[in-house]
Write a protein that binds this ligand. Structure first.
Ligand SMILES: [Fe+2]
Ligand SMILES: [Fe+2]
Length: 220
């Protein structure tokens, strides 16, 4: 059965996230002007994208008979997003940022926790067989929401970070995953709220890692 409507209306995601939009935009507007910290933020996104692609690979390992072109394309695109963010992190940093360690990755541990808890929580609720579609659907909502704001911020600040192609790919993944499992609207809303709580925890850690005072000190 095909879901009706679009993933935004069906999930209510933008509504629960309305209060977070302005603070996230304000944070991004500050950090894009600070190359060293911006690079660490980008490297964190690179790590999360890498975890996403790795997760797709692992979730399909025990069902090789199901691997299809769409899943392989999804996996390859998430791996390329990890590469994209790493490449721009190093460019903006003006030097190599090898791997993902505390020194070069903003809120490395909270980001790992965010991903791990989301994956475990969703998988527990929907079961392992449906986990790929559901975890992906919830992640794509977050990716489109965050990268959409991020793209507006970099364009406004005139910071070179070509997010448009990546955003179009996330949008395509979102539509695909919504088609796969979006008809269960109650579950979609519940899981989206669950993820939003985890995202707020991660974002609180991110803001603590780059507080306003740090920015003010730099300007002084
Ligand atoms: Fe991605
Ligand atoms: Fe994606």
């Amino acid at each position: 059965m095909k879901p009706c409507g679009d993933p935004w209306t069906a999930s209510g995601m933008k509504d629960y996230n309305k209060p977070h939009e302005a603070p996230v935009r304000a944070f991004l507007t500050r950090i894009v002007k600070d190359p060293k910290n911006h690079a660490k933020f980008l490297n964190m996104l690179s790590m999360l994208e890498h975890m996403g692609s790795r997760k797709i690979m692992l979730s399909q390992m025990n069902k090789p008979e199901e691997m299809d072109q769409d899943t392989l394309q999804h996996l390859a695109e998430e791996a390329r997003h990890a590469y994209f963010f790493k490449r721009h992190a190093e460019r903006i940093n003006g030097g190599e940022m090898k791997g993902w360690v505390d020194e070069n990755t903003m809120t490395r541990v909270p980001a790992l926790m965010y991903f791990g808890r989301m994956d475990a929580g969703i998988s527990k609720q929907v079961g392992n067989d449906a986990a790929y579609g559901w975890v992906s659907l919830i992640i794509e909502l977050r990716a489109c929401w965050l990268y959409g704001i991020y793209n507006e911020v970099v364009e406004e600040a005139d910071v070179h970070l070509p997010l448009k192609g990546l955003l179009a790919e996330e949008d395509h993944h979102l539509a695909e995953m919504f088609e796969m499992c979006g008809e269960n609207t109650d579950q979609l809303q519940g899981l989206s709220q669950f993820e939003t709580d985890l995202f707020v925890k991660l974002w609180t850690a991110i803001e603590a890692a780059y507080p306003q005072s740090l920015d003010n000190a730099k300007a002084a």
